[in-house]
Write a protein that binds this ligand. Structure first.
Ligand code: ATP
Length: 624
């Protein structure tokens, strides 16, 4: 269905011109949600609101859903990020609300929330006449225009648009508008909850307001979730549900070449025997775990190709030397494909894999083919769609056979992932050693047959286990943590930062929870790079969505922009750090953390989640 509507990748979201839902109605809901801590209650508030929108103004449902999750379109569409800097927002608030910049800054140090400051400033501002109320449609379109505004005078255009909206803001509106512009609503409304609320609203609407049974609600929720995993685009999913009914979603919302799906992820494991215990009696395969960047390769019906990163970013321009059509076994009969691959730097002279660090020296955008010094080899390990037929609910063994039939590998350009199928501990150990000698990180062990071997988009699944040689001791994996603050360096490190405060991401509350201070593993060069990249993101006070303790505060706080991959000896309960505190009572922290590398391929919200930190902690042998 999606494919029939032209290039599906371009299908974003737009607001109707005659939007009927006032922004104030939405802000009242935000406010109620902010005052609630029960997730059930939050989902109910959100679901009731969405249902009322469906009844009053169906055309508004898509932009409103995006406003609720604080996004402006599908994740894979470029140019829709907000996250405006605090400097710009403070200046705009000061200019449009008649307060000096000094006053705003001083208040910000007290409150740490520009939204509340804007609301306060608007509340005491005398207005000559009552402005026309803002509609959700206007806000959505303006936010899109702000995000898309680029180039000369873009700053000015952004400021003008924000000022125009701020002048029309009443009551609570300024608070939520400013927070949306910062890309953080911070009301504890996670995208997961919006999806649940949306399915309930759509179902009730389909049943003409009759309360559906809880079994039906569960099925609807699963249908919407599955559809969204395959087609992560609210417009397509919502419109299809309205047109065909929720229960029919799985027939109409399926993998579509041109729309990146969220990749399946693996769980860590600490030893070969743990793997054997988990997969007891089942056939499994061990693949090399290549150390590069994930590349989801799409062949489109018009013969063009797109390569998407782990988080759905279009990276085609980064790899100009790759042409998937060169490797198709039967070009006349192969119209579309979706492959899951790892892109790895390749040494053409020695015919070997190069370490990840070499790949990371390549520019991310606009690479000209003549400038390619480090060539990339694709290692394909899965096929998700062939000639428009989704394969994700086929067993892995079958998908592998498809992969072998569909492609003609060329050494150093596109190869199939090396793999062995074995049940023997010795063979597994030898294969792991060989993978490491061949410049891989370790192995990916995957179930081959039955339902457990299906491809589960966006899920971190127990059916894929990663076995990373370096991390077999410790907690079994590295963590990717967000830099929240830094401490000034002393001695040799004077002039740069000497240590950093890191946090994991709580996916339920949308908050970053501190989990360690790190000062080990950095070269002098890296410290300089970090100083150059982080200092422009410094903010005068911690964000209101940082969960931290008052002791040992960093010298500088930052916007959440950068992730460090770190290793730790183990995890322990801590009075100072806050990771997992909401689910575990006390916070969990990393002991002896060590910096490995920057993770530029992940967004801050893709940091290791608090839930994962809790899992790591609980899987330690001495816990529980
Ligand atoms: P995670 O994706 O688990 O958050 P991460 O991005 O740090 O963590 P890893 O823990 O290193 O990644 O493991 C998963 C990644 O390994 C995949 O996203 C993929 O890019 C890479 N990879 C390399 N070889 C394979 C393979 N054979 N099968 C699946 N993934 C592979």
């Amino acid at each position: 269905a999606a494919a029939a509507k032209g290039d599906p990748a371009k299908l974003g979201a737009s607001a109707p011109k005659d939007s009927k839902i006032l922004y104030s109605e939405m802000c009242n809901v935000f406010n109620e949600i902010e005052g609630t801590s029960s997730r059930l209650q939050i989902v109910k508030l959100c679901g009731d609101f969405l249902y009322s929108v469906l009844l009053k103004a169906r055309k508004d449902i898509v932009p409103i859903t995006y406003l609720l999750i604080n996004k402006l379109g599908p994740d894979y569409q470029p140019g829709l990020e907000l996250g405006l800097g605090e400097g710009l927002l403070m200046k705009t608030i000061s200019e449009s609300c008649g307060k000096s910049l000094q006053q705003i800054k001083a208040r910000y140090r007290e409150l740490g929330d520009l939204g509340r400051i804007a609301q306060e400033a608007r509340a005491v501002q005398p207005t000559m006449f009552k402005p026309k109320p803002l509609t959700t449609g206007e806000v959505f379109s303006n936010l899109q225009a702000i995000a898309r505004s680029q180039g000369k005078d873009s700053q000015l255009r952004k400021v003008q648009l924000i000022k125009r909206m701020l002048t029309a803001c009443q009551g609570l509106e300024a608070k939520f508008l400013i927070r949306s512009l910062e890309s953080k609503l911070r009301i504890g409304l996670a995208e997961k909850s919006v999806l649940v609320a949306l399915s309930k609203a759509l179902l009730t609407y389909e049943y003409n307001g009759k309360e559906p049974s809880s079994e039906l609600v569960d099925v609807a929720e699963q249908k919407i979730r599955d559809a969204f995993c395959q087609v992560p685009n609210y417009q397509i999913v919502i419109e299809t549900a309205l047109e065909h009914g929720i229960m029919e979603l799985d027939k109409h919302c399926v993998l579509t070449p041109g729309i990146p799906l969220k990749p399946m992820l693996a769980k860590p494991s600490k030893s070969i025997s743990e793997v054997l215990d988990r997969f007891q009696g089942q056939r499994f395969t061990c693949e090399y775990k290549y150390d590069g960047e994930r590349a989801q390769v799409h062949l489109l019906p018009d013969g063009s190709m797109r390569i998407y990163s782990r988080n759905g970013e279009n990276m085609t321009e980064r790899y100009p030397e790759i042409r998937i059509s060169d490797f198709i076994a039967d070009p006349t009969r192969t119209h579309t494909l979706i492959l899951d691959c790892e892109a790895v730097a390749w040494d053409k002279e020695k015919n070997t894999i190069l370490p990840f660090q070499v790949l990371s020296t390549r520019k991310r955008k606009g690479v000209a083919i003549e400038d390619v010094k480090v060539r990339v080899c694709l290692f394909a390990f899965d096929i998700l769609c062939y000639n428009d037929e989704p394969l994700i609910t086929r067993p892995l063994a079958e998908r592998r056979a498809y992969l072998e039939r569909a492609l003609v590998p060329v050494p150093g350009e596109l190869q199939l992932a090396s793999e062995v199928t074995t049940m023997s501990l010795d063979e597994l150990q030898q294969y792991l050693d060989q993978a490491v000698r061949d410049c891989c990180e370790g192995l990916m062990v995957k179930i081959l047959e039955g339902e457990e071997s299906h491809y589960e988009p966006s899920k971190r699944s127990r059916n894929w286990l990663k076995l990373k040689k370096d991390y077999l001791q410790g907690v079994g994996d590295s963590l990717d943590l967000c830099v929240l603050g830094a401490y000034y360096g002393r001695g040799k490190r004077t002039g740069t930062y000497g240590g950093f405060l890191l946090g994991c991401y709580n996916q339920d509350s949308g908050e970053y929870e501190t989990c360690c201070k790190i000062g080990t593993g950095f070269s002098e060069e890296m410290l300089q790079t970090l100083f150059d990249r982080l200092s422009p993101t410094a903010i005068p006070a911690p964000k209101a969505f940082y969960v931290h303790s008052e002791s040992a505060p960093p010298d500088v706080w930052f916007e959440p922009t950068l992730l460090f991959e770190v290793l730790t000896a183990d995890l322990s309960l801590s009075p100072v750090y806050k990771a997992g505190a909401s689910s575990y009572g006390k916070g969990i922290s990393l002991r002896f953390p060590r910096f490995i590398r920057l993770r530029d391929d992940k967004t801050p919200e893709e940091a290791t989640s608090s839930e994962q930190v809790v899992e790591f902690y609980e899987s330690q042998s001495h816990v529980g």
